[in-house]
Design a protein around this ligand. Structure first.
Ligand code: ADP
Ligand code: ADP
Length: 224
């Protein structure tokens, strides 16, 4: 796990300012939610943190290191998206082990670590299944295991539960919180769902118009 510091981050797309001088500190091992309406710049902020987008201005530090100019694969971050993007013709186990293969980890160790992660997300019984046989919630658990298998310093979650129906979403919020506590990784989780942020977060950063308006524990930001 690692801390994250965003300093005066800005992203412009032509005339549009998506992120407008945003500064934020995320503690080592914390679960921080960025909460705000659609279009306020949450995804863009997360993508700049993961290196999928280059800031127009400002800096990103991870674990104290300046990573603003580093490509995604040189940062020890991993991203989970709303859509699962699992490989349909690989088993669940191979899907989870895939990132480790990219990292050059040998097959036995890959499979061992993939099994451990499937255990964390309570999908051990599905190692040999094809992802297409799984429900939405199960797919998202596998996607989570795949992102965690590479042991990222920071896990970046972009509306990971938004495709799930309400009941499953609420269940997964609690599970996600438990998974976070088990793997001891820093999580930055983007959502437009207030309940989700309040259920999950150690702290919430409330975003509007490309800026952070307020940061605090759920009860602190709720009182205002
Ligand atoms: P959120 O995640 O809060 O919904 P986004 O970060 O996706 O917000 O988008 C912030 C703003 O930037 C929106 O107005 C969006 O249309 C715009 N935007 C995002 N990505 C791009 C892009 N690649 N090109 C142009 N505009 C973009
Ligand atoms: P999210 O649901 O994560 O907020 P969006 O639907 O805003 O994502 O954006 C999905 C993709 O489309 C992103 O890669 C983003 O960069 C791009 N995008 C978003 N808004 C625009 C836009 N106005 N013009 C061009 N690309 C955009």
């Amino acid at each position: 796990m690692a801390s994250v510091t965003l300093s005066d981050l800005r992203k412009e797309y032509g005339d549009l300012t998506a992120v407008d001088g945003l500064s934020l500190d995320v503690d080592d091992g914390e679960l921080l939610c960025l909460l705000g309406p659609s279009g306020c710049g949450k995804s863009t902020t997360l993508r700049m943190l993961g290196g999928l987008e280059t800031p127009t201005d400002g800096d990103v530090h991870i674990g104290g290191d300046a990573v603003t100019d580093q490509p995604p694969y040189e940062r020890n971050t991993s991203m989970v998206f709303q859509s699962w993007a699992l490989f349909p013709h690989k088993s669940v186990l191979e899907n989870v082990a895939f990132g480790l293969k990219m990292d050059g980890v040998g097959e036995d160790e890959r499979h061992e670590r993939a099994r451990e992660m499937l255990d964390v997300v309570e999908m051990s019984g599905f190692a040999d299944h094809d992802p297409t046989d799984l429900s939405g919630g199960q797919k998202q658990r596998v996607a989570l295991a795949r992102s965690l298998a590479i042991e990222p310093d920071v896990l970046l979650l972009d509306e990971p539960l938004s495709n799930l129906d309400k009941r499953l979403r609420e269940q997964m919020q609690l599970e996600l919180r438990n998974i976070h506590d088990e793997v001891e990784t820093t999580f930055v989780h983007v959502t437009h769902d207030q309940n989700e942020a309040f259920t999950l977060a150690d702290r919430i950063g409330i975003m509007n118009d490309g800026q952070i308006e307020q940061v605090g524990a759920p009860r602190e930001v709720y009182d205002d």
